[in-house]
Design a protein around this ligand. Structure first.
Ligand code: SF4
Length: 610
């Protein structure tokens, strides 16, 4: 058994002493999958690193123990710990591209792990590496073993990572967000592979993820972390059926899906507190919708509230009177008005062709058709979701509409917007179209200029696209914008790095709204965000649509988000739309086998007992 007992990890940071893990206790048996879930910054990944004794340079163990079959790993000499690491406990990291050595053939990386932890050497180790590649589902392993990582797809790289992690035949596997960077179909394959290997080898798996649907399909037990502590731990079926901690309940209510369509999602106000604070009460107190007066001054302990079900909440151990707090689920707005008869955007036979300068990879091909004859319509006040796997052309299609590819690609077909073909506009008409169609990108960290204050970020678009406004009118507009997206007005004088991910995405939305667009292309606007922040952004997008009649072209791979927000859907594959129609029809009765496969691969929140 792998046991963690009251583990404490501290980091020295500019802001002071950060207590990244504050008294964590858990156990993992052979053959069991134990999921550690929680939002960014709650300490999940730091826990994984601590178990492997791979703390960053500014980190140290401040107390507690990690025991493997009774042996204290924190007290082991580094030489012996190296045998445990990779030999008895292996780890898969989130991003295979950065975890594999780019200048080493994949086979050599597997052989290295085999030779370090088993008796096999030379040809025997190489034969074993081929065997592992075969077992993790890499086609033609005899040949692929000599490939460098860049020749493999994202899913294949993750499979190689799994092969390396398992090549030493460990007893325990720590999988830190193993599928977050992958498409749903590849994700399904990887999860199935981990399940198979677990059955076959009685692997104990510590699964670290923020994806509750993945957890519900994989885990036997679940621990929810918040601000460096476990706040609820229970068998998976019990956790999803009867969550007890207010944070757990809110997280589950914040998940978008078809059942919550037409209603606002639960909003968890605020953010995870910084871990350099000295806590005198419950860490969730400022955000809790069930908070009581004494929660701010009493430290809650984990208490047993059912068979194997522990909760860190005073509601159970010291109940009292609830403080008046706004409900987490707000009252809903009136329904969306039906779309007008004429589409706002009518795309016909859109083709986007990129010239290629690297014939080496494409056997002399001179171009690449990223979008190959796509047609769809979008009405005001409605949302059309473009879904499909990476590389299917959905983002390229959106960028073409926003006129971001005019210089890089040949664009043909028509995109009729308010009676004009977007691809044939020039001069003032093009400026007007740019004002009417805006885009929100996936990564709010990368899409804001770090050297511009928020006011300048927002004003830039106004100056370019609304030159008729004077400085006073622009300032008024900026105030209205930050009010609209739920930021404080002093945000205007701050820099992007001072905000959380969700706040930055609000700034990006405010930037898009600044010039009063009619249509916004939302390119994976929530995929980099935690569940609670995603709920805030989806609620905001819905409200803005209702108030202003905005149309959204919503590009995503998250089918739960599609079910929740989209009216219509177009499924793309290899540059083409393979199926489209009203969202409810396509999702409930897909006709094309590709759509069926795509939907079948999506992890669902299921609470079947495992
Ligand atoms: Fe909410 Fe109080 Fe429970 Fe903390 S202890 S989760 S503030 S009810």
């Amino acid at each position: 058994m792998l046991e963690v007992d009251d583990l404490r990890v501290e980091l020295d940071a500019d802001a002071g002493l950060v207590r990244a893990i504050a008294g964590l206790t858990l156990s993992l048996s052979r053959g069991e999958t134990f999921a550690l879930v929680g939002e960014s910054g709650c300490g999940k990944s730091m826990t994984a690193l601590a178990l492997m004794r791979l703390l960053p340079e500014n980190g140290r163990f401040a107390g507690g123990a990690v025991r493997l079959d009774g042996q204290d790993l924190l007290a082991l000499p580094e030489g012996q710990m190296r045998d445990v690491r990779g030999g008895r406990i292996s780890m898969i990291f989130q991003e295979p591209s950065t975890s594999l050595n780019p200048v080493m053939r994949v086979g050599d990386q597997i052989v290295e792990a085999i030779e370090a932890h088993t008796e096999l050497r030379g040809a025997a180790a190489r034969a074993k590496a081929v065997d592992w590649l075969k077992r993790v589902g890499i086609p033609d392993p005899q040949r692929r073993i000599d490939d460098y990582p860049f020749r493999l797809s994202g899913g294949q790289k993750q499979r190689v990572m799994i092969a390396i992690a398992l090549a030493a035949e460990p007893e325990y596997l720590i999988a830190d967000e193993p599928t977050t960077a992958l498409d749903v179909t590849i994700e399904a394959q990887i999860l199935e592979l981990i399940r198979d290997l677990q059955r076959e080898r009685r692997l104990g798996v510590l699964l670290i993820t923020h994806d509750l649907a993945v957890v519900s399909g994989m885990a036997h037990r679940v621990a929810l972390m918040y601000a460096g502590q476990i706040i609820e731990v229970a068998p998976a079926a019990e956790f999803f059926a009867r969550p007890k901690h207010p944070y757990a309940r809110l997280l589950l209510q914040a998940l978008p899906d078809a059942a919550r369509r037409g209603q606002p999602l639960a909003a968890i106000a605020g953010t995870v507190p910084p871990l350099w604070l000295e806590f005198t009460g419950c860490r969730f107190w400022p955000r809790c919708d069930k908070a009581m007066g004494h929660c701010a001054s009493t430290l809650p302990e984990l208490t047993e509230e059912g068979p194997q079900h522990q909760v860190r909440c005073l509601l159970y151990s010291q109940p009292g009177e609830a403080l008046p707090r706004p409900p987490a689920v707000a009252k809903d707005l009136p329904p969306v008005p039906p779309g007008k008869c004429d589409p706002l955007l009518d795309v016909r036979d859109l083709r986007v062709r990129f010239p290629l300068n690297t014939p080496l990879f494409w056997r002399g091909a001179k171009h690449f058709d990223a979008v190959d004859g796509v047609s769809y319509q979008l009405h005001a006040s409605r949302t059309l979701a473009l879904v499909g796997e990476s590389g299917c052309g959905k983002t390229t299609s959106g960028k073409a509409i926003v006129q971001l590819l005019r210089r890089q690609a040949q664009i043909s077909g028509q995109a009729m917007f308010e009676g004009q073909d977007l691809f044939r506009l020039h001069g003032p008409a093009l400026v007007q179209a740019r004002r009417s169609i805006q885009i929100i990108f996936q990564d709010p960290f990368a899409s804001l200029n770090p050297r511009m204050r928020v006011a300048d970020v927002l004003e830039e678009g106004l100056i370019a696209l609304r030159p008729e406004l004077d400085a006073g009118q622009r300032r008024e507009r900026l105030h209205a914008l930050v009010d609209q997206v739920g930021l404080r007005r002093d945000a205007l004088q701050r820099w992007p790095h001072e905000f959380s991910g969700g706040q930055r995405q609000r700034i990006a939305i405010a930037r898009a709204l600044a010039v009063e667009p009619r249509l916004i292309v939302c390119d994976e606007p929530t995929s980099a965000l935690d569940v609670s922040v995603q709920a805030q952004i989806l609620n905001l997008l819905r409200e803005l649509q209702r108030e202003q009649g905005l149309a959204y072209l919503f590009i995503t791979h998250n089918i739960g988000v599609v079910e929740y927000i989209a009216d219509d859907i177009a499924v793309m594959r290899a540059g083409r739309v393979v199926e489209q129609g009203p969202c409810a029809d396509v999702l409930s009765q897909p006709r094309e086998s590709y759509t069926k496969d795509l939907l079948g691969a999506v992890p669902r929140l299921s609470i079947s007992s495992r």
